[in-house]
Design a protein around this ligand. Structure first.
Ligand code: FBP
Length: 262
């Protein structure tokens, strides 16, 4: 097993993962204000920024577009995912195998686990297969650890997010991606609950430059090892500008104010 810090998706102990699986998860609605981003090449172009340590996409996008970017972008193969067209308890289909992701050139794999869903047991079993196959290929595993389901009214409560990071540690992830639990103290507890496994903050829907960067700053100061973000970068008119600032906040530990002034 390669140490996670030696993985290409980690730079100086931290990661900035650019996610673009929203067309599957949310439908084309996330692209309404930025219709040009319906072309996945535009987001791959953004992912060539030095700050981006990996781009997370689903199988069809990887097959179709990654070959043109494999020299400049690290691929995080998001192996499960589902649309929001159906109703019921949270679940996600495994859409490609780790073997196939490795064949395409994946540098890491990603998997959503909905802890608390009535489908948690099956999802954990699917995660076991993915995690063990990833170990065979020396690929790190990023868990989108999202407790959700009938029993969970608030999925960003501090104790829920700490449970989410702990689940990821105990099931063998290398990095857990979690929602920000609302305060630096809660984030610190979530990171401590993960032992020495890395925790990255989830980007969420688009907010102002300052609100976004100051939340990232708070998360990093609390122990988060970076960010996994989609809309808050590629829905912006100038994704390069926010990535320049994120590079400063995440990798150079500058404040949001300083990063925005530059
Ligand atoms: P965002 O930063 O845009 O929230 O993207 C991160 C991500 O995890 C995507 O990989 C995924 O499509 C989306 O969020 C899922 O968001 P949610 O389940 O909260 O609707």
């Amino acid at each position: 097993m390669i140490p996670i810090d030696d993985s290409p998706i980690v730079r100086d102990g931290k990661s900035l993962i650019l996610a673009m699986d929203h067309g599957l998860e949310h439908g084309p609605t996330d692209f309404e204000e930025v219709p040009e981003k319906l072309d996945p090449s535009t987001v791959f172009d953004t992912a060539t920024h030095d700050a981006v340590t990996a781009m997370a996409v689903q199988k069809g996008i990887a097959e179709g577009y990654y070959p043109s970017y494999e020299d400049d972008v690290n691929l995080l193969a998001k192996v499960n995912g589902t649309s929001n067209l159906w109703m019921g308890e949270y679940d996600s289909a495994v859409n490609w195998s780790v073997d196939y992701a490795a064949e395409i050139g994946a540098d890491a794999v990603g998997f959503t686990l909905y802890g608390g869903s009535n489908h948690e047991v099956e999802m954990a079993e699917e995660f076991r297969d993915v995690q063990e196959a990833a170990r065979e290929h020396d690929l790190p595993v990023v868990m989108w650890s999202y407790p959700r389901g009938q029993g969970l009214k608030n999925d960003t409560k501090p104790e829920v997010i700490s449970y989410a990071t702990r689940i990821a540690l105990e099931l063998g992830a290398d990095i857990a991606k979690v929602k920000y639990p609302g305060s630096p103290d809660a984030m610190e507890h979530a990171c401590k609950s993960a032992g020495d496994m890395k925790v990255v903050m989830s980007g969420g829907s688009k907010t102002s430059d300052y609100e976004f960067l100051s939340t990232v700053e708070a998360a990093v100061s609390a122990g988060a090892k970076g960010l996994a973000v989609g809309r808050n970068v590629w829905q912006r008119e100038d994704p390069t500008r926010i990535l320049d600032a994120l590079e400063k906040v995440i990798f150079e530990e500058e404040t949001a104010d300083a990063a925005l002034e530059a």
